[in-house]
Design a protein around this ligand. Structure first.
Ligand SMILES: [Zn+2]
Length: 147
């Protein structure tokens, strides 16, 4: 897995609740929490299934394929670290396995690249993308690349 070529302003950290996500991400695999009892996906992770109230769940690898559900462009004023990248896109991607599961991230030209290289005028709702992971100080960072 390659390193990000820029310094991200913020990196998620693995916790007990998200350790399975990060373990799969280190292998380049997007995984989603899935209820073992009824099979429903859920994101963000939580301990109880909102459909059947089961506490049994596991991390389910998914294809990593999705569609841009929405997007914005971030402009200053922004917090330090974010301002240096601006303007940059933030996309919300719905997964092909379950369109109710949406991840927020950045659309990039290629894995590890910064989000400000993508011309926001070219981003289209519904366009097909897939998940990629690059490392920031050893922590996998989810990014989205066009199919
Ligand atoms: Zn359930």
């Amino acid at each position: 897995m390659i390193d990000l070529i820029y310094t991200p302003p913020m990196v998620l950290t693995s916790t007990e609740a998200t350790a399975g996500f990060f373990a799969a991400a280190r292998d380049g695999i997007l995984s989603v929490q899935q209820c073992t009892a009824c099979g429903r996906f859920r994101h963000p992770p939580r301990s109880v299934c909102p459909a059947c109230r089961s506490f049994e769940w596991h991390w389910q690898p998914v294809s990593g394929r999705g569609h841009v559900w929405s997007w914005i462009v971030a402009y200053p004023p922004l917090l330090a670290g974010f301002a240096e990248l601006a303007p940059y896109n933030v996309v919300t991607v719905e997964l092909v396995e379950d369109v109710s599961i949406r991840f927020v991230g950045n659309l990039v030209e290629d894995v590890g690249r910064p989000p400000n290289e993508v011309d926001p005028a070219t981003i289209a709702i519904g366009e097909r993308v897939h998940a990629v992971f690059a490392l920031a100080d050893g922590v996998p960072v989810l990014q989205w690349v066009r199919d």
